[in-house]
Ligand binder design. Structure first.
Ligand code: ADP
Length: 523
């Protein structure tokens, strides 16, 4: 439906894709629709049937995008495996999905070779390349080059499953979340609203969120619905590679996790250039450091659009877009609100915060509660689990702790398991990290709880500095002092490299394990 519309309404709008060791690829939505038909015919020939699972292990390229539409258009389910997970986890997700076909990028061939013995159900391996990698594997361009002519697409119900995405498994085994066609389309319509991403046909959109992680935040569907030009950056998310595409292709909107923008801002500083025609950058997955939003705005006039979401919410939950009421407070105050909140109520998603007994907590902007969400693109039950993930009324507990103010702006104060409980009071690790990230020389700041004999838990601040920066514990504490209440002051500041998860977030699980006994262990 999305592709049919894009072909008719925006057929000549361009798509540009960086590939793995191949030149830049250019075509348009009409070209995409044609090749998707060929890819679907090739998949049919390989025996793919409605309901079958097909896995990709691939980056942000046009071939991956074609597989998105071809597999789901056939009524089969596309499982987008995350190449940044460990071998065991990748194999676990492919086996759990029950996929019979695996399509993968050239630079992941070694991973596939290693995994093959652990994937008894996968009978067909296809490299997403122009030339065959070896005699034993099928090659995508060969397969689709052998097909031609239009395809009679099958008809199926809107509740049929389209995508299968696994959470990163920061706690326990990854869990599978199915997105139905209905959820994908409604999510694309909701995200396309002016109050959300608000693209027009003049926008040039570059998803730096991965196609394998919650379908790149829905951008491959929102862009064609709005007729925006699409730029796919392949696997290269470093500052120089992104900058080339942003400038050369006239990117106006991009989105990704904070770590990518830390690198990009550092790169811009280093080369002393502006980010072309970039107008808005959508940031989510973890809290946006205030300093990052301020740099984008003050140095480059680029607006930050913070979003909050989860794999379980397809992923858009809330988005921090301005309102006339806020604008009336003046630019500066409006920015303060927007930069410090994850977002406000988004059409399609209901929010509530509840106390430990499950009763709703007031929307006063100060009282935290467990955040629950409900809506047509929120998970009801994990794939292959007997128990519903949401309650009987459809409320899904996110595992986040948040406050909501009268205007419906939500602020995540922590993940339930990251909250630091000091003397019975809660300290927000996210707030502390956010402040510390603004200290000159600091690249990434992470705060975790350490056991404390008197207070139960106390915060420990771990800092990774920018290359060549010299920052001391005293510098950091002096920087924090005027910004926080005294009892929030970290009990120690440690300089170390910070581990990241498969989705580029601070790996709190590892840090908690490392520093849990930091304050009590004999030195
Ligand atoms: P995983 O943790 O398995 O990678 P997700 O990618 O689905 O799973 O992450 C969802 C979680 O990420 C949310 O529950 C929340 O804790 C965190 N998150 C997402 N966006 C934001 C944001 N803007 N600010 C703070 N935390 C966020």
């Amino acid at each position: 439906m999305i592709l049919r519309y894009a072909r008719q309404a925006h057929g000549d709008r361009e798509i540009v894709s960086r590939l793995i060791d191949e030149p830049l690829w250019r075509y348009n939505y009409a070209g995409l629709a044609d090749r998707v038909e060929q890819a679907a015919k090739a998949l049919l020939r390989l025996g793919v049937k409605p309901g079958d699972r097909v896995t990709t292990l691939a980056w942000n390229t046009h071939r991956h995008l074609e597989v998105f539409y071809a597999v789901t258009g056939l009524g089969a389910v596309l499982h987008t495996a995350n190449p940044r997970l460990s071998d065991e986890q990748i194999a676990y997700t492919i086996n759990h999905a029950g996929s019979g076909v695996l399509l993968y990028d050239r630079n992941l061939a070694a991973v596939v070779e290693r995994l093959k013995p652990q994937l008894p159900q996968v009978g067909i391996f296809v490299s997403l390349t122009a030339q065959p990698l070896d005699d034993a594997t099928l090659c995508y361009e060969d397969l689709i080059g052998a097909e031609s002519g239009p395809l009679e697409w099958p008809v199926f119900g809107e509740n049929a499953a389209a995508f299968l995405c696994y959470t990163s498994g920061t706690t326990g085994d990854p869990k599978g979340v199915l997105y139905s066609h209905r959820a994908i389309v409604l999510h694309a319509m909701g995200a396309g609203l002016n109050a959300a991403f608000g693209f027009t046909a003049f926008d040039v959109v570059m998803p730096c969120s991965s196609l394998y992680h919650a379908t790149a935040w829905g951008l491959p569907f929102v862009a064609p619905v709005c007729g925006a030009k699409l730029v796919l950056p392949g696997d290269k998310m470093d500052g120089a590679s992104l900058h080339r595409l942003i400038v050369d292709e006239g990117v106006t909107f991009t989105g990704g996790v904070p770590t990518i923008w830390t690198m990009y801002l550092a790169y811009l500083d280093q080369i002393g250039e502006r980010p072309g025609n970039l107008k808005r950058v959508m940031i989510g997955g973890s809290a946006v450091p205030r300093a990052m939003a301020a740099s984008f705005k003050q140095k480059y006039e680029v607006e930050t659009l913070q979003i909050w979401g989860m794999t379980e919410t397809t992923p858009l939950g809330v988005i921090a877009s301005p309102t006339p009421q806020l604008a009336a407070l003046g630019e500066e105050e409006m920015q303060e609100v927007i930069w410090s909140r994850q977002g406000r109520l988004q059409f399609g998603i209901e929010l509530r915060i509840v106390d430990e007994g499950g009763s709703p907590v007031a929307w006063d902007g100060g009282t935290p509660g467990a955040l629950q969400v409900r809506g047509p693109w929120v998970v009801q039950r994990y794939f292959r689990q007997d128990k519903d993930a949401a309650d009987a009324e459809g409320w899904f507990d996110t595992g986040d702790v948040a406050t909501i103010d009268k205007r419906g702006f939500m602020r995540i104060t922590d993940r339930t398991k990251d909250v630091i409980k000091s003397g019975g009071e809660w300290i927000s690790s996210i707030d502390l990290e956010n402040f510390a990230a603004g200290c000159p020389g600091v690249k990434i700041a992470a705060v975790v709880a350490a056991h404390h004999p008197k207070w139960e838990e106390r915060p420990i601040l771990i800092i990774e500095t920018h290359d060549g920066a010299t920052v001391s514990k005293a510098d950091v504490l002096a920087y924090l002092e005027p910004k926080i209440v005294k009892w929030w002051t970290p009990d120690d500041v440690i300089f170390a490299s910070i581990p990241l998860t498969a989705t580029g977030k601070i790996d709190k699980k590892v840090l908690r394990r490392t520093y849990r006994d930091h304050l009590t262990a004999p030195s």
